[in-house]
Design a protein around this ligand. Structure first.
Ligand SMILES: [Zn+2]
Ligand SMILES: [Zn+2]
Length: 275
């Protein structure tokens, strides 16, 4: 079983492949299943890119290609929903746009933490690193926000890239570790486990930085607490990257003590033994 559960077609403002190019790349590489997950980020503060894609257009396109390539690959319907802690208006608008549409799988992601302590807008859209914050402070803040969002927007299936801010870490040791936010990770994992939710292993950082988001120490703790639900995704924006990092993510998961990864249908996980 070879799959990819985090993919950005050009319905995402930053996607660089059509759904057709995505499907053909996956078929050529021998994937059994893909789940396109376009961005849907209400009120994401970016002046140049609009991350609120037309969901009716998107879902109809995914279903069309799913039918067209049904004899070659399974294509599920997914979405990467942007969450913002405390923003009931964002959740309400997301729910209204998703209403009546069928999704197999929703990634709940935070790409924007909002501003704290008067952080000005002009310092950049994600100013968390710009004020001398340590990576412990950043990961603790991010993990607390993930827990709050998980409680406020329980429609998601798995959380996206739970160590996201290693990507913009200006330091030399960019990796986020369990010990950077131990209490926060434990609280988050207990919530996920109790509510039948999971998180993804985002493999986009593997080739560039040499580790997954999250990596071995964090996943080992999740397993220790009884966590079983994880998905694997490349977060590819280009067709050439579809399916990348899958083998590395599986190796890391096995080393952590995990035995399965999941695919989804109608928000229900199916467990597959790690290859
Ligand atoms: Zn994301
Ligand atoms: Zn993504």
């Amino acid at each position: 079983m070879y799959c990819d559960y985090h993919l950005h077609p050009h319905h995402s403002a930053d996607g660089k492949m059509s759904l057709r190019e995505m499907a053909l790349s996956a078929i050529e590489k021998g994937l059994d299943e893909i789940c396109p997950t376009a961005h849907f980020d209400i009120d994401f503060p970016n002046e140049t890119l609009n991350f609120e894609c037309d969901l009716i257009d998107y879902v109809e396109d995914v279903e069309r290609y799913s039918a067209r390539y049904a004899d070659k690959i399974r294509i599920k319907t997914g979405l990467e929903v942007g969450m913002q802690a405390g923003r009931e208006d964002v959740y309400a608008r997301s729910r209204a746009c998703m209403e009546g549409l069928r999704f197999d799988y929703l990634i709940g992601s935070i790409h924007w933490l909002g501003r704290e302590n008067g952080e000005p807008r002009e310092k950049g859209i994600n100013p968390v690193w710009g004020y001398g914050a340590t990576k412990q402070q950043v990961q603790q803040r991010y993990t607390r926000a993930l827990l709050q969002c998980a409680q406020e927007f329980p429609e998601f299936d798995c959380l996206g890239h739970i160590t996201y801010y290693c990507r913009q870490n200006p330091g030399t040791d960019v990796q986020m570790r369990y010990t950077d936010a131990a209490d926060e990770f434990d609280m988050l994992f207990r919530h996920l486990i109790q509510n039948g939710k999971g998180f993804e292993i985002n493999a986009s950082s593997l080739a560039k930085m040499g580790f997954c988001m999250p990596d071995l120490d964090i996943v080992s703790r999740y397993r220790e607490l009884g966590g079983e639900i994880v998905t694997i995704g490349s977060d590819a924006h280009w067709a050439k990257d579809v399916g990348s990092g899958f083998t590395g993510a599986c190796e890391m998961l096995k080393a952590s003590g995990m035995r399965y990864f999941c695919t989804y249908e109608d928000h229900k996980p199916t467990f597959h033994p790690l290859p």
